[in-house]
Ligand binder design. Structure first.
Ligand SMILES: C[S@@+](CC[C@H](N)C(=O)[O-])C[C@H]1O[C@@H](n2cnc3c(N)ncnc32)[C@H](O)[C@@H]1O
Length: 201
């Protein structure tokens, strides 16, 4: 039976491997900012499995109705009501956050958006805190699969400002904001979980 809530089948498939990678890296109490929470499926599932994490979901204002609807119905107590954050144009919530998490956003927002995200993460993340960025990425300018190539072509056909980003470009962009790439974890279906860490201040 349909719940009427926005639903992304991919989120049901990738939430388990993402959580398995997050869990051992989030063995502390803290405040987590999620960027581009979308349907809220990740937020609900992961916040429930990480009750010691105070989860703050955000997205662009147009996504808030569906996101808030899911959280109101399914959200555990440590999952906050969502707030508006367009990384390019909204004021960022006041930090510091102990963790920042974002899935499947870097290829949807423009490169200027990714630049704004890097600046914002560098600003709100506490020294030593991790930033997790999940999605399909290119490596050294190359697609890692035929499926990723097709997805990139489909995105660019829809909007030329979208598209898969290079891990190396993300590495140097975030480093400019004192957020350094430390781990590249391969994930199912040719995705990766990039684990960055904010330099101590
Ligand atoms: C493909 S969805 C991913 C949703 C969810 N994180 C997931 O993995 O299922 C991309 C999300 O990025 C958000 N987004 C795009 N541009 C953004 C921006 N400039 N600032 C914040 N979020 C943005 C969209 O609103 C959308 O919810």
């Amino acid at each position: 039976m349909s719940t009427g809530l926005p639903f992304a089948p991919a989120s049901e498939r990738n939430r388990e491997p993402i959580l398995a990678a997050l869990k051992p890296r989030l063995a502390f109490t803290g405040r987590l900012l999620e960027i581009g929470a979308g349907t809220g499926q990740h937020a609900v599932y992961m916040a429930a499995a990480l009750p010691h994490i105070d989860w703050w979901p955000t997205d662009r204002s147009e996504a808030l109705e569906g996101l808030g609807g899911r959280i109101a119905i399914e959200g555990p107590p440590n999952l906050r009501a969502p707030t508006a954050l367009d990384v390019s144009s909204d004021p960022w919530p006041a930090g510091p956050f102990d963790v920042v998490y974002s899935a499947n956003t870097a290829h949807i927002m423009s490169w200027q958006g990714v630049e704004a995200m890097a600046a914002g993460v560098g600003e709100v993340l506490r020294g030593g805190g991790p930033f997790f960025l999940y999605g399909p990425f290119n490596v050294a300018g190359n697609y890692t699969s035929a499926g990723n190539r097709a997805f990139d072509e489909e995105l660019r056909g829809r909007d030329p400002s979208m598209g898969l980003r290079d891990v190396e470009a993300l590495d140097s962009l975030f480093a400019h904001h004192h957020v350094h790439l430390q781990e590249r974890l391969p994930m199912p279906a040719n995705n990766q979980l990039l684990v960055f860490r904010r330099q101590e201040t």
